[in-house]
Design a protein around this ligand. Structure first.
Ligand SMILES: Nc1nc2c(ncn2[C@@H]2O[C@H](COP(=O)(O)OP(=O)(O)OP(=O)(O)O)[C@@H](O)[C@H]2O)c(=O)[nH]1
Ligand SMILES: [Zn+2]
Length: 226
């Protein structure tokens, strides 16, 4: 029984701090420098191989441009590898008239790709942080979410990375991130459960230490009519 329990225990404890992530994964662009990038022609050939694998005629007219389109779609869906999260948060504003409560941006829509099946998961992120003197432009929280979402992800990792980047760059009194999403690898294949939602959250600083603040965040996210 002990062995079974060990085998299903997560690698990191549930209360692992955001800072336990390697800063290189949440502050910088993520293109690997240690492996050669295949050419575009090689990537298109790989798509052709997949088309042949599913039983298609790769020479038929409707599919001639498909490898090019798929690679272009990949460039778009995975552009986050080339973008730098820290840069997005670097521009801040100091004229806040002593504002000292948290700032919450709710319902940030995103689409990401799960790293297990390379199929989309999509939903909404809710992000709050309590600034110390300087605030960041509200759109930057959405931009930050998109950078991480446009990489291969698990929902847990996405949640932790968003929180860690805000924590590290803005050094606020606390960060709260709640993400709700539907995974197509779970709805259109495999177990095929349409409509199942997955919720993940990460709290740091005052949100982690003060249950009342955490509760206030959660009730604002849920709102009266949810
Ligand atoms: N924790 C977590 N799991 C995810 C996420 N996205 C997809 N998964 C799950 O990853 C798991 C991969 O399980 P495997 O057993 O290796 O793969 P599989 O045989 O395709 O699994 P099934 O989906 O059950 O058919 C599945 O249970 C997926 O539901 C995510 O963001 N977080
Ligand atoms: Zn998946």
């Amino acid at each position: 029984m002990d062995a079974l329990i060990k085998s299903i225990r997560p690698n990191k404890p549930a209360d692992a701090k955001a800072s336990e992530l390697d800063p290189s994964e949440f502050l910088a662009a993520a293109v690997r420098a240690d492996q050669p990038r295949p050419s575009r022609a090689e990537a298109e050939d790989a798509v052709k191989t997949l088309l042949a694998y599913i039983g298609e005629n790769t020479g038929r007219e409707g599919l001639l441009d498909t490898p090019r389109r798929v690679v272009e779609a990949y460039d778009e869906l995975y552009q986050g590898y080339h973008q730098c999260p820290a840069e997005v948060l670097n521009r801040t504003f100091g004229e806040t008239a002593g504002y000292d409560d948290f700032v919450l941006v709710r319902d940030i829509e995103f689409t990401s790709q799960c790293e297990h099946h390379m199929m989309p998961f999509y939903g909404r992120a809710h992000i709050a942080y309590t600034p110390v003197e300087r605030v960041v432009g509200l759109s930057k929280l959405a931009r930050l979410t998109d950078i991480f979402a446009r990489r291969l992800q698990t929902q847990e990792h996405l949640t932790a990375q968003v929180a860690a980047a805000i924590d590290e760059v803005l050094k606020p009194r606390g960060v709260a991130v709640l993400i709700e999403a539907e995974h197509t690898c779970m709805s259109v294949r495999g177990v095929a459960k349409h409509g199942a939602s997955t919720f993940t959250s990460r709290f740091t600083g005052m949100f982690r230490d003060n249950p009342a603040e955490q509760q206030r965040f959660l009730s604002l996210v849920r709102g009266p009519n949810r």
